[in-house]
Design a protein around this ligand. Structure first.
Ligand code: F6R
Length: 614
């Protein structure tokens, strides 16, 4: 979603802002803009529809001098993507400028009120209303910018991360947040601002994460001050970022997505580090250990998540029910919170989120918390809002995922869920020692097997070339492979814009079979396992209707090879871990099809990496 960057200090702000905006490009956006000021108090203010490169091109030789500034990448909510709706937005007198991530829900009534007082608006956005409100309050109450922002926000309903700048006071930025993330980087003699740490990491590792309903002022002269919206002083907690700069670069790969697909042997290993030792029969998730008894005695575990993380949650349901025999439900966060769910203190809610910022997941957590449930989290981004909102949790340790389409985060989430299921099963005694040992040894071998699956990249590319021009695709899987089919379809549609559906293989005959003809590629997971024969029959059914079958099979398989048009082999593994291996050829196929269709795989249209609006 929208990206925010800011700077106050002695350096020239322009390069820091542009570089920061480029680092935030992965979040997905449709326009960008910056505002810069300095001792001359002349506000430079540029914004443009399109990529940051378009903004740079537009700025060209125009002046960018100044040591204080803000920058923004917009993901349209109110009003189309155009120059007028791009941020920053200015007050009526042009002295104040603001950037915003989130949605001001009562903007229409505020706008009506301000229009009555003579305010004129140039854009369709809710953000412009907010800066006019701040201007009005500042004038009426004759207060500082900080106080005007604080008072204005008490009238606002909605979500926001904002940064405000006053051209007549080029010493300070005022920031505030509610339900959208905002990070302040503390440099030697300066401050950096970001909607996440990626634009900051290059300059400092010391950061302060603003909490909801906090408002901060960062000033060259007076440093950092934070208050609650109710005026209570807050002492900032400085945290050290663990992220390294090189992980934000492509490292020789043409796209972040491909880099992240190929990182999976390492990310899965990192995810298991210290958590499993097959030799010693040890499996544990340190962060959740204190809650183990509570989980084992819970009514049920409710997994809440969105998108790819929801697919990982489905695998989690299969794993936990199968191995630990605990009742699990998997819910879309957005549906869960609006359907008046029955939930109480005997329930465990397990939120899964790569970014740790997804607004729907966060809102579902808050609802479950208010009903007394214990909230656990599986997040990738360290220090993210969801990781801070949960009672306990486990990080996936996959490192920053920049490609909008989730790849390494999914396999890391499934790895954490495997560890959780095995550790619960061990504690509950629902797994025989010999089976536990077998599964632990197998889990330890998964990174190596993932590396072997990645060798199918050239084959995936060849298959992609054959099917790149199709309009539709069907993905089928059964048991543990059903979520893989859903994830395969999501990967293809989101980056190549080919319509794709994932189905449980046996459901095909209840409807989707009508779609099958010689034009329709059907991607089937047919690895060896309890439903193998049944899936082979499904493949026969597709072939009988002249559909094209591309199947993922266990190495050495002969039966599917005879029936399918193409097979991609993966090493043998226990059925519980097959989703980790089987998902990788689907990632590669989608990637190559999208590249061949000349799609922007790292930043697909309309999508955002961190979905901070509901
Ligand atoms: C798909 C994808 C999205 C996310 C979803 C949830 O490739 O990335 O479907 O999985 O937006 O995001 P997180 O996991 O950050 O909560």
């Amino acid at each position: 979603m929208c990206g925010i960057v800011g700077y106050v200090g002695e350096k020239q702000a322009y390069d820091i802002l542009i570089k920061g905006l480029k680092r935030l490009e992965y979040r997905g956006y449709d326009s960008s803009g910056i505002a810069i000021s300095g001792d001359e108090k002349d506000l430079k203010f540029y914004k443009r529809k399109g990529k940051v490169a378009k903004l740079e091109e537009f700025i060209g030789d125009r002046s960018t001098k100044g040591t204080i500034g803000i920058g923004h990448t917009r993901w349209a909510t109110h009003g189309p993507a155009n120059d007028e709706n791009a941020h920053p937005h200015a007050s009526g007198d042009g002295n104040l400028v603001l950037i915003h991530n989130g949605i001001i829900e009562n903007y229409a009534s505020l706008k009506k009120e301000l229009e009555k007082r003579g305010h004129k608006f140039l854009s369709d956005t809710d953000t412009e209303v907010l800066i006019h409100l701040i201007e009005e309050v500042k004038k009426q109450e004759n207060v500082s910018l900080f106080e005007a922002v604080r008072l204005s926000l008490t009238e606002v309903v909605g979500a926001y991360a904002i940064v405000v700048m006053d051209k007549n006071n080029p010493d300070e930025l005022v920031l505030a947040k509610k339900s959208s993330p905002l990070v302040i980087g503390i440099g030697d003699n300066d401050f950096y601002v970001g909607s996440d740490a990626t634009p900051i990491i290059e300059y400092t590792k010391n950061v302060v994460y603003l909490e909801d309903e906090e408002i901060a002022i960062i000033s060259k002269k007076n440093g950092l001050k934070i208050k609650k919206l109710n005026n209570q002083d807050i002492s900032p907690t400085i945290q050290e970022l663990q992220m390294k700069l090189d992980v934000l670069e492509k490292g020789g790969y043409p796209h972040f997505m491909l880099k992240e697909i190929f990182e999976q042997p390492k990310t899965i290993l990192d995810c298991m580090r210290g958590r499993v030792n097959a030799q010693k029969g040890f499996v544990s998730l340190g962060g959740i250990e204190d809650y183990a008894t509570k989980i084992l005695n819970a009514n049920r575990i409710i997994i809440i998540a969105c998108g790819t993380s929801w697919h990982a949650g489905l695998v989690g349901e299969y794993l936990i029910e199968d191995l630990a025999r605990i009742n699990v439900e998997v819910e879309y966060a957005s549906e869960f919170r609006y359907r008046n769910p029955i939930i109480n203190e005997n329930d465990i809610v397990l939120a899964i989120s790569q970014s740790g910022e997804t607004a729907d997941t966060l809102a579902a957590i808050k609802l479950a918390k208010s009903k007394g449930a214990t909230i656990l989290g599986i997040c990738n981004v360290v220090g993210s809002t969801i990781s801070r909102e949960t009672h306990a949790g486990a990080y996936t340790h996959a490192g920053p995922e920049i490609g909008v389409a989730s790849t390494k985060a999914f396999t890391a989430q499934v790895t954490v869920l495997s560890l959780l299921a095995l550790s619960l099963a061990q504690k509950k005694g629902t797994i025989e020692k010999s089976k536990l040992n077998r599964l632990l040894f197998e889990l330890e071998s998964i990174p190596e097997k993932v590396a072997e699956v990645l060798k199918s990249d050239d084959l995936c590319k060849e298959i992609a070339a054959i099917y790149k021009d199709v309009n539709n695709a069907l993905y089928l899987g059964r048991g543990y492979s059903f979520p893989v089919a859903l994830e395969g379809a999501l990967k293809l549609k989101e980056i190549s814009y080919i319509h794709a559906e994932g189905y449980p293989a046996a459901e095909m005959k209840h409807g989707p079979i009508a779609l099958i003809d010689e034009e329709m590629p059907v991607f089937v997971v047919a690895t060896k396992g309890p439903s193998y024969e049944k899936v082979v029959s499904n493949i026969q059914e597709v072939k009988a209707r002249k559909g094209k079958v591309i199947s993922i099979v266990t190495k050495g398989d002969e039966d599917v090879k005879k029936a399918a048009d193409h097979v991609i082999e993966i090493p043998h593994t226990e059925e519980q871990f097959a989703p980790i291996l089987a998902t990788i050829p689907f990632q590669l196929l989608s990637y190559h099809m999208a590249v061949m269709r000349e799609c922007n795989v790292d930043q697909p249209r309309n999508l955002a990496k961190s979905v901070t609006v509901e």
